[in-house]
Ligand binder design. Structure first.
Ligand SMILES: NC(=O)c1ccc[n+]([C@@H]2O[C@H](COP(=O)([O-])OP(=O)(O)OC[C@H]3O[C@@H](n4cnc5c(N)ncnc54)[C@H](OP(=O)(O)O)[C@@H]3O)[C@@H](O)[C@H]2O)c1
Length: 288
C-alpha cells in the first residue's frame, strides 16, 4: 500500500482510479507550448508517478502540442493495465501558442487519432470534450453537435468513456440526455467554488468531478488562512489545499500538476493528511 491509497478510489466509468492522480500539463514548455525546459526532468516526474502508485494521469494532445503525450508514452509505455489515461479534445494551438476551438467533426475525429497515435493506444480510456466558448470559464451554448460526434467515435470503439470540461450545469444535463458522461473537469479549488452545487449533483449520481487548477494553476494559491492551517498541521499549503479537496466530496478526483519530482512527492502526502473540523471551517471561509 502506498501513501496515496489512503485517499481511496472512485470510478471513471468502467475504470476505478485512486483519488490522487497527476495532471501532465506542466510538463510542456513555457505557456504549455513546445518542449519542456528539462526533458529528462519531465520524464523523471512521469516515472515517479508510477513508482508512487499513481494510476490516473490527465493529459491532452494540445499540450505542447503533442509534447506531453509523447513524453507519457516514452516514460510509461508499455502501460500498466491499472493506468487510466484521460485526455481532452476540442481545442488546438495557434503558431503563436494561442488556444483556439477545434470543434468540427473532422477536427474532433483527428484529435482522437492524434491522441491514440501519440499515446500509443488502440482505445482512449476517457476523452473530455473541452468547451471553448470562453477560454477562461464555462459559458452557455449548445454542445449537442460536438457530443454527438464524440458519441459516434465511442461507437467506433476509439473512445471508452466520455467526459466534459469547462462546462455549465445546463450543458452537463443536456449532454447526459445524449450519452453517458463519466466525469466533469472544471476549474475548482479552495478559492474558486463556483461549482459547489454541480459537485453535489454529480456526487449523487456517481459521476466524478475533476477540478483543474486544484492548487490555483499557474500562480499557486496564497492565503494567510491556508498558511496558518498548514503551520498548525505541520504540513505545506499545497498539501492542505489538496486535503481540503479530498474531504470536500468523495467524487472529487485530484490531478495536481507539477514539473518537479520533489513537488510531486510533497503533494501526494496530502493523502495521509486529516483536516480537523476547525481547520476545514477556516479553509471554507477563504472563498468567502
Ligand atoms: N480542462 C482544462 O481546461 C484544464 C485547464 C488547466 C489544467 N488542466 C489539467 O489540470 C491539471 C492541474 O492543473 P495545473 O497543473 O494547471 O495547476 P495546479 O495543479 O493547480 O498547479 C500547478 C502549479 O503549481 C505548482 N506546484 C505544484 N506543486 C507544488 C508544490 N508542492 N509547491 C509549490 N508549487 C507547486 C506547479 O509548479 P512546479 O511545476 O514548479 O511544481 C505549477 O505552477 C493540469 O496538469 C491539466 O492536466 C485542465
Amino acid at each position: 500500500m502506498t501513501s496515496i491509497d489512503h485517499a481511496g478510489t472512485f470510478t471513471l466509468g468502467s475504470r476505478t482510479v485512486k483519488r490522487l492522480g497527476y495532471g501532465a500539463m506542466q510538463l510542456a514548455g513555457p505557456g504549455v507550448f513546445g518542449p519542456p525546459k528539462d526533458r529528462d526532468a519531465a520524464l523523471a516526474v512521469l516515472r515517479e508517478t508510477a513508482a508512487l502508485g499513481i494510476d490516473h494521469i490527465d493529459t491532452s494532445d494540445f499540450y505542447g502540442p503533442h509534447v506531453t503525450n509523447q513524453l507519457i508514452r516514452e516514460a510509461l509505455h508499455p502501460y500498466a493495465d491499472s493506468l487510466t489515461l484521460v485526455t481532452k479534445i476540442g481545442a488546438k494551438r495557434g503558431s503563436d501558442a494561442s488556444w483556439q476551438p477545434a470543434y468540427s467533426p473532422a477536427e474532433l475525429t483527428s484529435a482522437v487519432h492524434d491522441n491514440l497515435r501519440n499515446l500509443g493506444r488502440d482505445v482512449l480510456d476517457v476523452v473530455n470534450l473541452r468547451i471553448m466558448f470562453s477560454v477562461h470559464g464555462p459559458s452557455e451554448g449548445s454542445i449537442a453537435e460536438q457530443v454527438d460526434t464524440l458519441a459516434e467515435l465511442q461507437k467506433q470503439g476509439l473512445v471508452r468513456h466520455i467526459g466534459l470540461s469547462n462546462v455549465t450545469p445546463t450543458q452537463v444535463a443536456q449532454a447526459r440526455t445524449q450519452v453517458e458522461i463519466v466525469c466533469v473537469q472544471n476549474m475548482y479549488n479552495l478559492a474558486n467554488r463556483h461549482d459547489d452545487a454541480l459537485i453535489d449533483t454529480l456526487a449523487a449520481d456517481g459521476i466524478a468531478y475533476v477540478p483543474f487548477f486544484p492548487l490555483g494553476g499557474f500562480s499557486p494559491l496564497q492565503s494567510d488562512a491556508l498558511s496558518d492551517v498548514a503551520r498548525q498541521l505541520d504540513a505545506t499549503p499545497m498539501q492542505v489545499a489538496l486535503a481540503w479537496l479530498l474531504q470536500r466530496s468523495p467524487n472529487l478526483l485530484l490531478i495536481p500538476g507539477t514539473s518537479s519530482v520533489a513537488h510531486l512527492r510533497e503533494n501526494l502526502k496530502a493523502a495521509t493528511l486529516t483536516l480537523p473540523s476547525e481547520a476545514v471551517g477556516k479553509l471554507d471561509a477563504i472563498a468567502g
